[in-house]
Design a protein. Structure first.
Length: 260
């Protein structure tokens, strides 16, 4: 079963988009609430937003299935990434709004969650590890760019108020070199079109924390984008003019990774 697509590039950069998928198998969808079947918590259109990375020579890894099937950015044992804060799990039973994903009594049990890990989670991570190793072997270094997006307001279950436009995460400076983080912050600080924060509410998920190994020359960086900057958050429609403007900042960020 094809659970992801991998575009293999020529540069020392892998763009991973683990929440871009929105497909939900029919048997699972039948157990979900009507609203959840729309997969509203998808990182909508991020593969389109980052499509320019192909021209930079980047590899791009994109899943087919929704985070409601299994969240590829959670550890397989479902340990909380943000202890003490509300979050959603490996096979989410609640949405970002706090509303249920499943009809009463239809949430997956431990055996089903384990099966989903093997069927959907494991192939993505095997591909990610293999591609990172290939890039590192070829170039002597690798940068893993985790591309994410989220509705930037009205999600009190996850955070209060308005999320900054751009949220850079480096696991509080442990998943990438200080030099790369500083250069990325310089790019963000050199513009005033978007507000931003480093290691704020979103510091990087499992993938950033697990695969980042700057001592070995593998830097991992997450960028969480507030969706208002490139799409309509109510209809999920992509807004090309807004997106094009945002891409003019994303491009130098990725080039900075290549030049590091």
């Amino acid at each position: 079963m094809n659970t992801y697509t991998l575009h293999r590039g020529t540069a020392p950069l892998l763009v991973s988009l683990p929440h871009d998928g929105s497909a939900i198998p029919d048997d699972l969808a039948a157990r979900m609430t009507d609203d959840a079947r729309r997969a509203p918590d998808t990182d909508w259109h991020v593969s389109r937003l980052y499509d320019f990375a192909r021209e930079l020579g980047a590899s791009i890894l994109v899943p087919r299935y929704s985070r409601y099937v299994v969240d590829l950015n959670r550890p397989p044992d479902d340990t909380s990434l943000y202890p003490g804060q509300n979050t959603t799990g490996l096979c989410p039973a609640v949405r970002f709004s706090g509303a249920p994903v499943y009809r009463d009594g239809e949430a997956p049990d431990a055996a089903e969650i384990a099966a989903r890990v093997e069927r959907y989670w494991r192939p993505y991570h095997d591909a990610l590890r293999s591609e990172l190793d290939r890039i590192h072997a070829q170039h002597g270094r690798a940068v893993l760019w985790e591309g994410h997006s989220i509705r930037g307001s009205d999600l009190p279950f996850l955070f209060e108020g308005r999320l900054p436009d751009l949220n850079l995460g480096t696991a509080t400076g442990t998943s990438c070199s200080p030099a790369l983080q500083s250069r990325l912050e310089s790019v963000l600080g050199s513009q005033d079109d978007y507000d931003w924060v480093a290691n704020g509410r979103f510091k990087g998920g499992h993938i950033t924390r697990h695969y980042g190994d700057p001592a070995r020359g593998i830097d991992a960086v997450q960028l969480e984008i507030s969706q208002r900057n490139y799409m309509d958050e109510a209809s999920f429609d992509y807004l090309p003019e807004k997106a094009s403007r945002l891409q003019k900042l994303l491009q130098p960020l990725l080039r900075t990774c290549l030049d590091a």
